[in-house]
Design a protein around this ligand. Structure first.
Ligand code: ADP
Ligand code: ASP
Ligand code: MG
Length: 416
């Protein structure tokens, strides 16, 4: 039997009417002759609520219990989806992660897949079940505890199942009808793409475009999964939505293909640290041990102190890791491993990035980007570049404006 993976995100299963709407889409594929693995998210808002409850217990909660709690939203929608399909005479049953089993590492809240044996689900397909409804976002650790994959992780569950079961396609149904040149909520000039290269989507996702979880794109790229994003609220066919595919399947040739933003960034500066070999290791070692995801780094001459003797070190990280980062730095100072006069935190910054594989062979993208921001009077605080992206850190209040200005400057509303 040909097999499809269909994933429905939180807004697509937000209430019983929407679950029914999603189930009808599944039923249609069954009628076309497919066995279907349906991956469901929790109802929209549910995971946030569960996270909030856990966080209200203690700032230093047990991550194993966090996972036990926050994984539960998906259990509810998996059962409800299976019931809804049964009501439509589609033979279906639900699967929680441990029942499959979805084996993961024991890194709670950011677990990674180790294996997804196909035997149990395949045995049920052989018995006549047409649909396996699997709770997304969760798995089970070698210790037998429930794990979760990080926010947005149901996308990754979907791609991993598509790889493990050799699915014909992995369809990600969501509240937009595809992948756009930027978040369509920020500008109505955003243009839907028919196709996007894995590398570009990987960058866009890791730079904040939450339409797909980064890890899902990585897995799709590695296992050559045909990955598609499409609307759960519209009538769709095999040509709908956006296909994420290899670069050489794409005809469009724009230098920049998308703009991404990440709202909740922070910038931390250590003022006047000793300018000596080993200082970067002494700063970033403890940050990494504290689990701080450092992103951009700048070392520059300090306004204070002697040139050559001291320097300022600036880095960015997610805003919810600031407390941990500051503690790691204060502890390293107390232990005498580093020295600084001040620790300056700016929690009101956002990161804006332009991405495109065309940047490999075109000069001038940075200049266009900086000019567009300067004509809107947006000050750039930190810059970082790689082969196919340029990112800048700016004041958060200019975030929407900056995305719109860059979208215009690179004429992304026009097809290439
Ligand atoms: P789901 O609950 O279905 O997983 P998400 O909220 O995680 O949905 O992702 C879909 C959202 O991603 C869209 O509503 C949109 O606001 C946002 N988004 C950000 N960047 C993009 C982009 N480039 N193209 C499409 N959507 C984007
Ligand atoms: N429900 C989880 C979250 O909100 C996983 C997902 O929806 O992908 O992060
Ligand atoms: Mg999502």
């Amino acid at each position: 039997m040909p097999l499809l993976v269909m994933k429905f995100g939180g807004t697509s299963v937000a209430d019983m009417a929407r679950i029914k709407n999603a189930a009808l889409k599944v039923k249609r594929e069954v009628e076309r002759g497919y066995d279907v693995i349906v991956i469901v998210s929790a109802m929209s808002g549910k995971t946030n609520e569960l996270v909030g409850w856990v966080e209200s217990t203690s700032p230093l909660y047990d991550a194993r219990e966090y996972d036990a709690v926050v994984s539960s939203g998906e259990n509810v929608t998996a059962g409800l989806m299976a019931l809804t399909l049964q009501e439509m005479d589609v033979p279906a049953r639900s699967w929680q992660g441990w029942q499959v089993p979805i084996n993961t590492t024991s890194a709670h809240a950011s677990a990674r897949f180790k294996s997804i044996p196909a035997d149990n689900i395949n045995a049920k397909f052989a018995e006549g079940f047409k649909v396996a409804v699997v709770a997304g976002f969760q798995g089970v650790s070698p210790e037998g505890r429930i794990t979760t994959l990080g926010r947005g992780g149901s996308d990754t569950t979907a791609v991993a199942f598509a790889a493990a079961f050799n699915a014909e396609r992995c369809d990600i149904y969501t509240d937009v009808d595809g992948i756009y040149t930027t978040d369509p909520r920020i500008t109505n000039k955003a243009r839907k793409l028919d196709k996007i290269a894995f590398e570009e989507m990987l960058e866009l996702a890791s730079l904040g475009a939450k339409v797909l979880q980064t890890r899902s794109v990585e897995l799709a790229m590695r296992y050559k999964v045909r990955l598609r994003v499409l609307s759960s609220f519209e009538d769709t066919d095999e040509n709908s939505g956006t296909l994420v595919c290899d670069e050489d399947e794409i005809m469009e040739s724009k230098v920049v293909s998308g703009v991404a933003y990440s709202r909740d960034e922070a910038k931390i500066t250590l003022v006047t640290v000793a300018d000596r070999p080993g200082i970067a290791a002494a700063i970033f070692g403890p940050l990494s041990e504290a689990g701080v995801n450092v992103d951009m780094i700048v070392q520059n001459i300090s306004e204070k102190g002697d040139v050559g003797a001291v320097t300022d070190m600036t880095f960015s990280c997610p805003v919810n890791q600031v407390a941990r980062a500051c503690k790691a730095m204060e502890d390293a100072k107390t232990a005498g491993h580093i020295n600084f006069e001040e620790l300056n935190v700016d929690s009101d910054v956002a990161k804006i990035s332009v991405v495109g594989i065309g940047m490999r062979s075109h000069a001038g993208v940075a200049a266009t980007m900086f000019k567009a921001l300067s004509s809107e009077n947006v000050n750039i605080k930190v810059i970082s570049t790689s082969e196919i992206k340029i990112s800048v850190l700016i004041d958060r209040k200019y975030m929407e404006l900056a995305v719109q200005a860059l979208h215009d400057a690179f004429e992304l509303e026009k097809a290439g």
